[in-house]
Ligand binder design. Sequence first.
Ligand code: VIB
Length: 222
Amino acid sequence: MAYTFEHLKQQCQQEWDAYIQHDFVRQLGEGRLAPESFRHYLKQDYLFLIQFARAFALAAYKSTTLDDLRHAKAGLSAIVDLELGLHIQYCKEWGISEQELQALPEARATLAYTRYVLDTGNRGDLLDLHVALAPCLVGYGEIANWLNTRAQTLRGEQNPYDAWIGMYESAEFQEAMHAEIDWLNCELADVTPRRFERLGRIFSDATRLEIDFWAMGLELRQ
Ligand SMILES: Cc1ncc(C[n+]2csc(CCO)c2C)c(N)n1
C-alpha cells in the first residue's frame, strides 16, 4: 500500500482536529481573542522561528540529494532573511519591541516543541525530520482555510487578527504547503508499515505539541 500525508493525519485525526480547530484559533477568527494572549503567542513564536531556522539547517545537513539540499537552504533563507524580519515588524505593531524579543525566556511549550523537532531530526533521517515539521508547515495553511469556511469568522478591519489569517491564506503560503505535501507523498509512497507506524508517532507527537503551543498562548503559560 502506498502511504500518503492524508494517512498521517487520519491516524491521529482527533489530535489533528483539536490543533486545527483549537479555541485559540476560533477566538482569533472571531476577533475575540484576548490581545494579551496574542502578544504572548507572538513573542514565543519569535523564539520558535529561531529554533525552526535551526531545524532547516539540520534538514540541509540531512539532505543527500541536491534537490533536498536546495529545498532546505531555501527554507532556512526564507526564515532568516524574510520571515523573522516580518515577524519583528509585526510584533512592533502589537507594541512588542525587538529588545523585548531578544530578552525573552522560552516558555516550556516552546522548549518542548522545538527541541522535540530537533531531536527527531538528529536521531532520524530527512523524512523523520520533515514529518516532525509537517504539522507546522501544513497546519497553519489548513487553519486559514478552515477559518475561511466558518460563518463565525470575521474578516477585514473588524478583526484585529485579520492580517494573521491573510498571511496563511496567501497564494504563496498555500503553494509552499502543497509543495511540502507533495514531497511527503513522494517519500511516504514506499515506506513499510513498520516505518509508517514510527512516522505516525512523530506526526502525532508534533501535533500534540502544536496544541500545547496554542494553550500556552491562551493561558499565558510560561
Ligand atoms: C507554533 C507555530 N507553528 C507553526 C507556525 C507556522 N510556521 C512557522 S515556520 C514556518 C515555515 C515558514 O518558512 C511556518 C509555516 C508558526 N509560526 N508557529
